[in-house]
Design a protein around this ligand. Structure first.
Ligand code: SF4
Ligand code: SF4
Length: 101
């Protein structure tokens, strides 16, 4: 895991970025908490879930938490709130609803 922290926000400067924006450390996507990009968040309702795993398969951020082959929740540190999981959740279940943060 990388120790390098890149500054963001109003005090950040482009001069501190690595040349050409290259990311040198492999496998670092878990370190970036992309959850703060959200304006809506998915709410998971276990009582309606039929465990088809479509949400897990379609989520572009691997933010659907699966344990022992079953959906158990959502990783809000990395979920960007795109809503794909809610769209792909079958009509007969609709176990994920998008709500305002
Ligand atoms: S809203 Fe998007 S990023 Fe978040 S869990 Fe659903 S599919 Fe994944
Ligand atoms: S897509 Fe919907 S019904 Fe299927 S596992 Fe995900 S939350 Fe459950």
């Amino acid at each position: 895991m990388s120790e390098k922290v890149y500054k963001t926000g109003p005090d950040a400067s482009w001069e501190e970025l690595p040349k050409a924006g290259i990311i040198y450390e492999a496998g670092n996507s878990k370190e970036f908490k992309t959850g703060d990009w959200r304006v809506e968040k998915p709410e998971y309702h276990a009582d309606r879930c039929i465990q088809c795993l479509f949400c897990w398969a379609y989520c572009p951020e691997s933010a659907i938490i699966v344990k022992d082959g079953k959906v158990v929740g959502i990783d809000y540190d990395h979920c960007k709130g795109c809503g794909i999981c809610a769209v792909e959740c079958p009509d007969r279940a609709k176990a994920i609803q998008m709500v305002t943060e």
